[in-house]
Write a protein that binds this ligand. Structure first.
Ligand code: RP5
Length: 159
């Protein structure tokens, strides 16, 4: 069952958002990915959020650049946790500051957990989604701990 739904505003976002999907795969979490836009395909976006939640999606990851309303709109449709990934659009202002502020400045009552810009943020979104699911899944919690231990071992080996 796909427990995480990943959505992005444009096909041009795919290379960066792939890091979220790959991270989840590495942790043994199945996900599904869609390109849907808050502005260009609002009805299809709503349908996908509602239907994927019914199919078993428990956490959403939404990545967008520029006027990055996608994560906030997803959060307005569902009460599942939504993680927002700011991306650097080709016409970005200040290397993605536009998207970061669009995603982080949600109104009170409709939260989006905002991660860092770009690839690191997309990977962290995958880890954070896994950590949310791991609250009720001890096997997954163990895999997240192993990921941490692997990172620590790499750091120690590099000194
Ligand atoms: C956003 O605008 C997308 O998420 C993308 O990051 C940016 C540019 O999209 P395209 O014009 O390349 O489709 O909606």
């Amino acid at each position: 069952m796909n427990r995480v739904g990943i959505v992005m505003g444009s096909a041009s976002d795919k290379p960066v958002m792939q890091h979220a999907a790959d991270t989840l795969t590495g942790l043994g979490v199945e996900s599904e990915t869609r390109v849907l836009s808050a502005h260009r395909t609002p009805d299809a976006l709503r349908d996908w959020v509602v239907e994927s939640e019914k199919r078993g999606v428990r956490v959403f990851i939404a990545g967008a650049g520029a006027a990055a309303h996608l994560p906030g709109v997803v959060a307005s449709i569902t009460t599942r946790p939504v993680i927002g990934v700011p991306l650097v659009a080709p016409n970005s202002i200040a290397n993605g500051l536009d998207a970061l502020l669009s995603i982080v400045q949600m109104p009170r009552g409709i939260p989006v957990a905002t991660v860092a810009l770009g690839e690191a943020g997309a990977a962290n979104a995958g880890i954070l989604a896994a950590q949310i699911l791991a609250v009720g899944d001890e096997a997954l919690a163990g895999r997240v701990r192993m990921l941490r231990e692997g990172m620590a071992a790499k750091v120690m080996a590099s000194s």
